[in-house]
Ligand binder design. Structure first.
Ligand code: ATP
Ligand code: MG
Length: 242
């Protein structure tokens, strides 16, 4: 579905990505793991065309993305749930969800039906529907950000650090939602520093370090990789998997 070959990305004269090649197949969950500043968000920003100072090949289905404007990526079904959630703080939960469907240009009655479908999957949002987005807790905002992304009817969802800053109970809630999306056959590229959680849910993963992919493979293989255990999983996790 998504195919990237030798992608280089730049912030002015600073090169943030070097020869990044990756792909995501339909129905797969693929994780990008790596430390702070590795280039994970930059990869997602290149795919959603927020960053266009790039060279290399990027294809979504059969479409060459080289000249794609950022507002056209979402029309193709590339939906980005950004780092930090970016909820509209003064708008209600309902209006945040409604804005998620903006790119679809659908009738209000269709949008309402879709919001109700989101409420069935994420009942917390129904309870909070009139509350201002900015007054939700961090975990609730993350759930809202995922719901808003779903309103755009993604072909592929790009999720940037959905567990960042959340208490363990909310981390479990968020990954529970991702598990449901996986069961529905959704395609997801997820960036996570919580490598353990990411490797539990993903089919395949790429490890990125200072702008380059240093390792890739099926998650079952990566979980037993000594280097991954040492660098990203920490003490204790090995006992869970061994
Ligand atoms: N707007 C920008 N201008 C200049 N440099 C940037 C900009 N955004 C990111 N960078 C640099 O690009 C590199 C990759 O950043 P990126 O945000 O992709 O990392 P990340 O892996 O997402 O990190 P984190 O886990 O902290 O979110 C870093 O060295 C960062 O300082
Ligand atoms: Mg980031």
């Amino acid at each position: 579905m998504l195919y990237i070959k030798n992608l280089n990305a730049f912030y002015d004269d600073i090169q943030a990505l070097r020869n990044v090649s990756l792909h995501v197949k339909e129905g797969e969950i693929v994780a990008l793991i790596g430390n702070n500043g590795a280039g994970k968000s930059t990869i997602l920003n290149c795919i959603s065309r927020i960053i266009t100072s790039v060279n290399g090949s990027m294809f979504f289905r059969d479409q060459d993305m080289s000249d794609l404007k950022y507002n056209k990526a979402v029309d193709l079904g590339i939906v980005h749930v950004p780092e930090g959630r970016c909820i509209f703080p003064d708008l209600s939960v309902w209006d945040n969800l409604l804005l998620g469907s903006y790119s679809k240009r659908e009738k209000l009655s269709t949008c309402k039906k879709n919001i109700n479908k989101i409420f069935e999957m994420l009942p917390l949002l129904r309870k909070k529907k009139d509350q201002a987005g900015g007054t939700l807790s961090g975990g609730e905002q993350q759930i809202l950000a995922i719901g808003r992304g779903l309103m755009a009817q993604p072909e592929i969802m790009l999720l940037d650090e959905p567990s960042m800053g959340l208490a363990p109970i909310f981390i479990n809630d968020v990954f529970g939602i991702l598990k449901q999306l996986k069961e529905q056959g959704k395609t997801i590229l997820i960036v996570e520093q919580n490598a353990q959680k990411a490797l539990e849910i993903a089919d395949r993963a790429y490890v990125i370090e200072t702008g380059s992919i240093i390792l890739e493979g099926d998650t079952d293989e990566l979980k037993t990789n000594q280097e991954i255990k040492r660098a990203y999983l920490g003490k204790g996790y090995s006992e869970i998997w061994d």
